[in-house]
Design a protein. Structure first.
Length: 61
C-alpha cells in the first residue's frame, strides 16, 4: 500500500512540474533552475560540513 501512495505522489509531482514547465516562459524557467541550484548547493554544503563535524567527533570519543 505504501508503494501505491509513493507512486501517486511521484506522479503528481512530475505532472505538476511538467505542466508548469510547459506553461511558463524560458526566462522564468532558467531563473527558477538557477535559484534551485544555488539553494541545493548551499544545503549540500551545510550537510557535508555537519557530517564532517560528526565524523571527527565520533573518532574523538
Amino acid at each position: 500500500m505504501n508503494i501505491f501512495f509513493l507512486t501517486l505522489v511521484i506522479f503528481v509531482i512530475v505532472y505538476l512540474s511538467l505542466n508548469w514547465f510547459a506553461k511558463t516562459s524560458s526566462k522564468k524557467i532558467s531563473k527558477s533552475i538557477r535559484s534551485i541550484t544555488i539553494i541545493l548547493a548551499a544545503i549540500l554544503a551545510f550537510v557535508m560540513v555537519y557530517a564532517e563535524d560528526l565524523y571527527f567527533l565520533c573518532h574523538l570519543f
